[in-house]
Design a protein around this ligand. Structure first.
Ligand code: BGP
Length: 479
């Protein structure tokens, strides 16, 4: 097999609200995730009316990167990372979202973080909005239902682009902008877009309206960013869960093809700069009335992304002759016809482990878009056991990552896919997004912290730490 390019980006991925903590420090305002309860294994998170000081919100303190960032970055450097994907908490920069001036303390925090990364030879890869909309924008404006929020986002993006133009080259606008296509799971619309569906509303229509505003906001941000620094590489970020047909029955094959439009709609617009016909037909068929302003076509066309970042954790499967009443669940991918794939094992959280699906995804996305791809999330969420002597033997995680790196290598060296890099999710243990718990861990660095907020916060290396260090050191040759 050939080799990965020498400038391949090897990193780790994180999101501000899942690891920074310091939720009300440095002038930060509350964000949409600050009013989400911590769930448990199998219990969905809820959106609450107010922030209750006596209720434990795991992301409030998270793993306190806010004060421990130097220690953590030193560990990332020791592991050999040459990039780190993280996000800027929007409400650190604009605490309410609609202020005239940004918060200097928030801006300074990211200056410190980026300087520390660069000093350690780690390139920051930055998501502008990873589920952290200022709560005020969600409550007062209805989030991205409102076109006004487009302006607030674009202003936030411009402030960041200007401030960090010499420190950050790689950007992404919205994290997993497409996961809200699963309208049966209310946390996606809330965290993506600050939207709650009201009585009698058509969730799909509201989702498309908010989505249109986000696509406009993203395209405007791309154009502004390129004007500020033409060297910027600005990408989109989508969740990609391929949907397989259950069998060779043409009805299954066609169903999978149709369902895949849920995955493709947002990247189709981000990359190509216009709406695909299958969605315009859906608007017509369903009678959706999506407000678009004159000039939106040009905005989308002018703000196409440079690369496509995506998360890949699992695949799903659909069968044409079953009806699923388990909507919103991860196992069926939120799909009405989702079924278990008999050829694939799942994690404790029901996420199908499918490395071949990653090679398949890389090929399909590259064929479709012909622009560089970036795997910005992939990983294995599991319960880890700390042994008496403090060691953590996470062989299952190593197996998962190894098989996925093998798959991406094949896609690059055999299939010819253009891939910029690989940043496994939750390189250090953080709060899980879908469940809000600490128990589901992805890290190669363990953090002593439990679901209730107990623990010393001490960092220690799991077996995967040295393993990944060797992988990076040999540019993926030794797995
Ligand atoms: C993606 C999100 C991340 C994240 C990851 C793993 O959807 O972009 O924020 O946490 O999934 O999910 P979880 O933490 O629920 O296991």
């Amino acid at each position: 097999m050939g080799k990965l390019p020498n400038d391949f980006l090897w990193g780790g991925a994180l999101a501000a609200h899942q690891f920074e903590g310091g939720w009300d420090q440095g002038g930060k305002g509350p964000s949409v995730v600050d009013v989400m309860t911590a769930g448990e294994h199998g219990v969905a998170r809820e959106i609450t009316e107010t922030i209750q000081a006596d209720t434990f919100y795991p992301n409030h303190e998270a793993i306190d990167f806010y004060s421990k960032y130097k220690e953590d970055i030193a560990l990332f450097a020791e592991m050999g990372l040459n990039c780190l994907r993280t996000s800027i908490a929007w409400s650190r920069i604009f605490p309410k979202g609609d202020e005239a001036e940004p918060c200097e303390e928030g801006l300074q925090f990211y200056d410190n973080v980026f300087d520390e990364l660069l000093k350690n030879g780690i390139e920051p890869v930055i998501t502008l909005s990873h589920f952290e909309m200022p709560l005020h924008l969600a409550r007062e404006y209805g989030g991205f239902r409102s076109r006004k929020v487009v302006d607030h986002f674009v202003k936030f993006a411009e402030v960041c682009f200007n401030r960090y133009q010499d420190k950050v080259k790689y950007w992404m606008t919205f994290n997993e902008i497409n996961n809200k296509m699963d309208v049966n799971n209310p946390i996606f619309l809330w965290t993506n877009s600050g939207v709650v569906i009201g009585e009698g509303e058509n969730a799909k229509e509201v989702m498309y309206q908010a989505g249109h505003h986000e696509l406009i906001a993203s395209a405007l941000a791309v154009s502004k960013g390129k004007a500020i620094n033409p060297e910027f590489q600005i990408g989109a970020m989508v969740s990609h869960v391929p949907i397989y047909p259950y069998s060779s029955n043409p009805a299954d094959v066609m169903l999978a093809e149709e369902e895949m439009r849920q995955r493709y709609f947002f990247p189709d617009v981000h990359v190509r700069g216009f709406y695909p016909n299958y969605v315009l037909k859906e608007f017509e068929r369903e009678g959706y009335n999506i407000q678009m302003a004159p000039g939106d076509d040009e905005i989308l066309r002018d703000g196409k992304v440079d690369y496509l970042g995506f998360s890949y954790y699992m695949s799903t499967t659909v069968k044409s002759d079953v009806e699923n009443d388990n909507l919103g669940s991860i196992v069926n991918g939120g799909l009405p016809n989702g079924v278990e794939n008999p050829y694939i094992q799942s994690s404790d959280w029901g996420w199908a482990i499918d490395p071949t699906g990653l090679r398949y995804t890389l090929n399909r996305l590259y064929d479709r878009y012909q622009i560089p791809l970036f795997i910005v999330e992939n990983g294995f969420g599991a319960i880890d056991t700390v042994e008496e002597d403090g060691t953590i033997h996470d062989a299952q995680r190593i197996d998962y990552l190894k098989s996925h790196i093998e798959a991406l290598k094949k896609a690059v060296t055999y299939d010819g896919v253009e891939l910029m890099g690989y940043t496994p999710w939750g390189i250090i243990d953080i709060v899980s997004f879908t469940t809000g718990e600490m128990k589901k861990r992805y890290g190669m660095i363990h953090v002593d912290r439990d679901n209730e907020g107990n623990g010393s916060m001490k960092r220690s290396k799991k077996d995967s730490f040295e393993w990944y260090k060797k992988v990076i050191g040999t540019n993926g040759e030794e797995l």
